[in-house]
Ligand binder design. Structure first.
Ligand code: NAP
Length: 198
């Protein structure tokens, strides 16, 4: 299977690359890193990526920024970070990528626990993650040619200690369990699912 992996150099993406590359052809993408550079917050850059790859069976996105910071000073400007990058970036991967993906292909997006379990300072990520989960459910009834779509929604990872102060009392999840959720999405038969890892 030929898989486009957005965010392949990241904490989640590098573990996904290691797991999928054993049996699949992986095209690593980042805004600055990878086999191909593409910025998911820029629709023209996404279009160029898919034109360049031409034919593929799956897109996995483990990329997209959201703002963390004090609610009292959060304005439209900070909210746009998650909306433009993590939410619309991943939505545009699907809206544009559906014109290029092979029949019976799949899209796997990344949301996160904050959609339904908010933390202080994380409201932008909560809104963003909730939007991704809703998009996946809605898009699953629209996509044609057997193309599937799911979201993986992880808790904070053991490998991301920089986020621990935002998640008091949470038990971080193991990378291998997060990888398993993406494997389930890409190689399984489900669609319109939010696969939680907690
Ligand atoms: N880590 C966690 O605990 C955790 C938990 C739940 C959800 N998540 C979500 O999972 C996603 C990945 O998290 P992570 O911790 O693995 O991130 P990370 O380590 O910061 O890595 C981000 C990856 O995405 C790429 N990237 C960033 N901005 C991009 C853009 N505009 N266009 C294309 N590629 C871009 C980066 O490559 P370049 O530098 O080359 O752009 C890098 O490969 C994020 O959306 C995050 O919110 C993470």
């Amino acid at each position: 299977m030929k898989i486009i992996l957005i965010g392949a150099s990241g904490t989640i993406g590098s573990q996904l690359a290691g797991a999928f590359e054993m049996e699949h052809d992986i095209i690593r993408v980042g805004s600055k890193s990878g086999d191909i550079q593409a910025d998911i917050s820029n629709p023209a850059s996404i279009e160029k990526l898919f034109r360049q790859v031409k034919s593929f069976d799956a897109v996995i996105s483990a990329a997209g920024a959201a703002y963390f910071g004090p609610w009292d000073s959060t304005t439209d400007k900070e909210y746009r970070i998650g909306i433009d990058s993590k939410l619309m970036g991943q939505i545009n991967l699907v809206l544009i990528g559906k014109q290029y993906i092979n029949p019976n292909g799949s899209f796997t997006l990344t949301s996160g626990i904050l959609s339904h379990d908010p933390v202080l300072g994380g409201s932008n990520a909560s809104v963003t993650n909730g939007g991704i989960n809703s998009f996946v459910r809605a898009a699953s009834i629209e996509l044609k040619n057997g193309v599937r779509i799911n979201a993986v929604s992880p808790n904070v990872l053991e490998d991301s200690p920089q986020y621990f102060p935002f998640f008091p009392g949470e038990i971080p999840v193991k990378g291998k369990d997060v990888v398993a959720a993406y494997v389930k999405s890409v190689l399984g038969a489900g669609t319109g699912k939010v696969i939680e890892v907690h």
